[in-house]
Design a binder for this molecule. Structure first.
Ligand SMILES: Nc1ncnc2c1ncn2[C@@H]1O[C@H](COP(=O)(O)OP(=O)(O)OP(=O)(O)O)[C@@H](O)[C@H]1O
Ligand SMILES: [Mg+2]
Length: 449
């Protein structure tokens, strides 16, 4: 039995657990907000949206797979597993009724009906604690046991069942459905858990079919860069192909930002070459590179605080013909409805997550053909991080070529076609995103495993 064979089904469960854990933590936080301030505005609709998501997710996707496939197989192989599985199954049987009761109360609260609020908060807290204990038992006890005890044939069966399931990570329809539900949660949830805005649905995005073979967009060879006598880049080689999402991960100070700045031209190269769509641009000025379609979303957002959101967006369009700006504004607002709602407000009034969306929307106003993103998830709450990654995935599905720098290596590599690991100015490992996720060195150094 190879590691790769076992991982597929368990990877899916773990990814689902991480998603549910983030929701549970946010629910807990919102419950605490309610408890501290029984009038807390906006908490109730977000709690409803989260509970609805959990209900649909666990009923339709998560529990059936585990009950019918994984637990059944594990019971056949391990007596030790029996007691644990019995507990998990009991949770699966009784959990839905608790969830349904909470949901009814939350719906009442959201529609202005008086309920016993302190009792509701207590019930919510206990539900979250239960949910987290359940996930912990699976992750720390049951899944390791499965790893040890299941046979190659078992894994084959489990993997097939998991892959056939209409999981958000597989089927296109459920993926779109759950993405929309999740986006709704993020927009509804008050800060710091979400964007604290209204809840218009996002427009559906059709994936652009890939036309093979993809052209090379970027070829970086032996690229070096210095800050005075300090050499920050020590000979970087990377390739990016049309339509690819390439992740660049690495520790603090590895040179990720320097590399992006050298690609966009705001930091000079001291040696090597950058070939963009067949021509060397290493001596080109930054504005010429923007005109050629290379746009950077800088680390730390850097929006213009006193200017309105709309003016910030228009600044991003300075290289574009005036006649096309209105259309591009509409597109940006469709992708980020929260910005449309606040278009006249100074950008400085936005929360961190909202500012990150503005910074991304501003870059899109230049109609990039290569988008450079520097740590878009930095400093954001988990649900917002997920939302930012969802937007990145959406852009990629629309056919955009993206170079994504992230310290959040797990999330970045999970969605990347290709990943590069940067180590003190040089490329260490590289390969398909999924492969790096499984690489033992990467796991130890960057994924905290
Ligand atoms: N303006 C500067 N002047 C001098 N040295 C710098 C400057 N900016 C960065 N460095 C140095 O260059 C190296 C690479 O820094 P860089 O900011 O590119 O790393 P990073 O991978 O983006 O890190 P982080 O994860 O913290 O954003 C570091 O050793 C850093 O101290
Ligand atoms: Mg950086």
């Amino acid at each position: 039995m190879t590691a790769a064979v076992t991982l597929q089904a368990l990877d899916i469960i773990s990814a689902e657990h991480r998603g549910m854990w983030r929701l549970a933590s946010a629910l807990d936080g919102l419950g605490a907000q309610l408890q501290a301030d029984l009038e807390a505005e906006g908490a109730a609709p977000a709690i409803v949206a989260m509970l609805e998501y959990l209900q649909a997710y666990t009923d339709r996707l998560h529990h059936p797979k585990e009950d019918q496939v994984l637990f059944r197989l594990l019971r056949q192989r391990s007596e030790e597993a029996d007691a644990h599985i019995a507990r998990l199954e009991a949770d699966h049987r009784h959990g839905p009724a608790h969830l349904e009761r909470l949901l009814m109360q939350a719906r009442a609260l959201a529609s202005g009906v008086a309920i016993d609020l302190p009792a509701f908060c207590t019930a919510l807290k206990s539900f979250v604690a239960h949910q987290q204990a359940h996930i912990r038992l699976e992750e720390t006890t049951v899944m390791p046991l499965a790893r040890r005890m299941l046979t190659a044939a078992d894994w084959e069966e489990a993997n097939a069942a998991f892959a056939a399931n209409d999981d958000p990570m597989f089927g296109a329809a459920p993926r779109a459905e759950f993405a929309a539900l999740h986006a709704r949660i993020v927009r509804l949830a008050p800060e710091p858990y979400g964007l604290g805005g209204a809840a218009e649905p996002l427009p559906a995005v059709a994936a652009v079919p890939k036309t093979a073979p993809a052209a090379k967009v970027l070829e970086v060879r032996g690229l070096t860069s210095h800050y005075g006598r300090i050499q920050a880049l020590k000979g970087i080689d990377i390739d990016v192909f049309e339509g690819q999402l390439v992740a660049l991960v690495g520790a603090n100070g590895a040179g990720k930002t320097t590399l992006l700045r050298t690609l966009s031209g705001v930091q000079p190269a001291s040696g090597g070459d950058i070939v963009y769509r067949g021509a060397s641009i290493v001596r080109q000025r930054p504005d010429a590179r923007v005109r050629a379609g290379i746009c950077q979303v800088p680390e730390g957002r850097q929006v213009f605080g006193p200017l309105s959101i709309e003016d910030n967006l228009l600044l991003g369009a300075y290289t574009r013909p005036k006649g096309e700006r209105a259309e591009d504004l509409d597109k940006a607002y469709a992708l980020f409805p929260i910005l449309a709602e606040k278009r006249k407000l100074p950008a400085g009034t936005l929360s961190g997550g909202q500012q990150q969306m503005l910074a991304m929307a501003r870059a899109l106003m230049a109609r990039p053909r290569l988008l450079l993103l520097d740590e878009p998830s930095m400093g954001l709450a988990p649900l917002l991080i997920e939302e930012i990654f969802r937007v990145v995935k959406t852009l990629r599905a629309q056919g955009m070529t993206i170079l994504l720098v992230e310290q959040n290596a797990h999330a970045a590599l999970s969605i990347a076609d290709v990943g590069y690991v940067l180590e003190t100015g040089g490329i260490g490992l590289s390969g398909p995103g999924q492969e790096l996720l499984r690489n033992e060195q990467v796991k130890k150094a960057y994924l905290g495993m």
